[in-house]
Design a protein around this ligand. Sequence first.
Ligand code: FAD
Length: 413
Amino acid sequence: MVNPYGLTKWANLHSVDGMTTLMNRRVLISGASVAGLTLAYWLRQHGFDVTVVEKAPAVRPGGQALDVRGTALDVARRMGVLADLRLARTDMQGMSMVDGSGRELHRTTHETLSGGALDGDDVEVLRDDLCDLLLDAARDDVEYLFGDAVTSVIQDDDGVHVGFETGSERRFDLLVGADGLRSAVRRLTFGPDAGFVHHLGSYVGVFTAPNTLDLDRWQVWIQADDGSGGVVMSARDNTETRVYLGFPSELIHYNYRDVDAQKHLFAGRLAHLGWEVPRLLTHMWDAPDFHFDAMSQVRMGTWTAGRITLVGDAGYAGSPLSGQGTSVAMVGAYLLAAELAAAGGDHRAAFDGYERRMRGWVGQNQALALVNGARLKAEGEGRDPSSIEGPVMDDVKHAISLDVMPATARWRG
Ligand SMILES: Cc1cc2nc3c(=O)[nH]c(=O)nc-3n(C[C@H](O)[C@H](O)[C@H](O)COP(=O)(O)OP(=O)(O)OC[C@H]3O[C@@H](n4cnc5c(N)ncnc54)[C@H](O)[C@@H]3O)c2cc1C
């Protein structure tokens, strides 16, 4: 058992230095993606009883490539998955950029816009592959409830009473929302999305399509004058592509659950794009993994209410513009579990420590997203992006430490 403090099962301890700690805690995690699976792994390592509920029938596929960077690479290393993560990397050889009609503007074999320098330490990996790795690591002794969702939450002094979509009801000691940008736990606990989800002025959709462009470990970025566009990249040994496109827009009101309506909206807003986009869009209709949402940030004054807290995009999405959403989710999950372990399961102390550790770094990452957005806009308008001041990825990705002080040391002052 990996334990950063050299102790086993912190949460099971009855007494540490004369202070009675709380007994083994039953934790429900809503959402089995990057944040939820990383948290499940670490809570299990620390001796908690972990149940994960995921509304999809299995770990949800889809998405483009994500990046594990900086301190998050240490989380992966401590989980023992770093070598496999590096093997699963997208292994891109470079990228080209085309305008709205497909005219090539730029080509490089040194970097990609999504993953950065090709000889760098960061790992770009398909979202599906990362989730599969995390699930493998967090499979043992974790209860998974796929195809279900939290529909009601009532907490009292002793626990959280949870109602599920399938009709069952159960009690847990703690509930963690790791259920993404449209988190149900956040909505049930803190209120409607409108209070927390901040629209950044565009929409993005992603789906898998055949590699009709014959891309060989290559990305093609398309940017039209009106700001719409995105990237097509080959995946899985060039057997398929991931198509990631977006368009600028004020907030649109649509049904988040009606995928067909989202596809019509998406195709309609991209109909003016040239190059290969019309052909790629024909594959969208049958894509099993189409995912569409607003480019948004989640900003909250606190992620915690009593025995309930949030991790990853549910509490502090930075948006894909930050390039850091996955790394922030992994580090947040690690630190939340570590704080719970260090506090012997005392959720008040742990959630307080978690918020204190994460809040500044979350702010830096959200600022990075806004600056990246402004730099991209400047580039599209032919201005020098480096003239826009603000945080840079190479600094931000390392600007948090995984060290957590054990509870005994804190009590001794
Ligand atoms: C299908 C998909 C595709 C994505 N594609 C991209 C991409 O191309 N580029 C990018 O930068 N980011 C993408 N993201 C977001 C990216 O995964 C996150 O920003 C980041 O990895 C942090 O992950 P997270 O675990 O906090 O949230 P997410 O990865 O969003 O995971 C949330 C999980 O919660 C589940 N869930 C949602 N509601 C409920 C509920 N009520 N009950 C139970 N479970 C629920 C979801 O099915 C999902 O598994 C995608 C997310 C998803 C779900």
